[in-house]
Design a protein around this ligand. Structure first.
Ligand SMILES: [Mg+2]
Length: 256
């Protein structure tokens, strides 16, 4: 295989669960990096900022560079710059808000907010929900950072951004205007810019509707693993014909 290949790896359920790397995947990822592959990590999780991911992956001995982490946060930042928003409201953790402010100079404030972004807020309070609903009730458009309903953990599934969004939608009667995570058009075009025309691309993930869906949109070879959400006996109504199925990321990476 050509060494100009890009490999896009989902994180939760593919590379690790919580803080445990699945099946020593780090060894294989390092081997491929040493063989010239470009490694990108894709996550929909906006409860942490980019710096957090960099240090988490470093601790796991995973190769990273400045632009190797792709999350809705990067896409949101680019989108805010393009829209030239001056003030927005973000239902999200402080670290995420700080990163958005630093990289865009936008003000995050409910007063005069031009749009609302709902992220995976692990610091959620009722007061923040009230603030969010007030704006949406007044006609301010809202977006979700991503649409995953739950996040897999060693204690089972926990509510994610999609579920927070459902609560807002049920409350306000208004649906979101879109999202920035896998497999949105906004994230797809963000990734298309990275890969350009010439490279061979591989995407590995554990979720059909987000990982495999965006892999197909960017024209990558797709691989689904059974270490997270997808299991071999999962009932699916999705065409997996051109998608390889492996137990873990390591099992797949050993084939290349
Ligand atoms: Mg996953």
């Amino acid at each position: 295989m050509s060494n100009s290949s890009n490999i896009f790896l989902d994180l939760d359920g593919t590379v690790y669960v919580d803080n445990i790397v699945i099946n020593n995947a780090d060894e294989q990822i390092r081997r491929l990096k040493n063989n010239g592959f470009q490694i990108y990590y894709l996550t929909n999780n906006t409860s942490k900022n980019t710096e957090y991911y960099k240090s988490k992956l470093k601790k796991m001995n995973l190769p990273i560079s400045n632009d190797s982490i792709i999350s809705p946060t990067n896409v949101i930042i680019e989108w805010i710059k393009n829209k030239n928003y001056k003030t927005i409201y973000v239902l999200g953790v402080e670290d995420l808000k700080k990163e958005i402010i630093e990289k865009t100079q936008v003000k995050i404030n409910s007063k005069n907010a031009e749009c609302v972004i709902i992220a995976f807020d692990k610091e959620l309070t009722y007061k923040k929900l009230e603030e969010t609903c007030k704006l949406i009730n007044n006609g301010v458009p809202y977006y979700l950072s991503h649409i995953d309903n739950y996040c897999p953990t060693l204690s089972g599934n926990m509510p994610d951004c999609g579920s927070i969004g459902f609560m807002i939608e049920k409350t306000t009667g208004k649906t979101s205007n879109g999202h920035f995570g896998k497999p949105s058009e906004l994230m797809t075009s963000y990734i298309r810019k990275i890969i350009g025309d010439n490279n061979k691309n591989i995407l590995v993930g554990d979720r059909i509707q987000t990982d495999i869906a965006i892999g197909k949109k960017i024209g990558a070879e797709t691989v689904i693993v059974c270490s997270g959400e997808f299991k071999k006996d999962t009932e699916i109504n999705y065409n997996l014909e051109n998608t390889q199925i492996h137990n873990t990321l390591t099992d797949f990476l050993l084939t290349i």
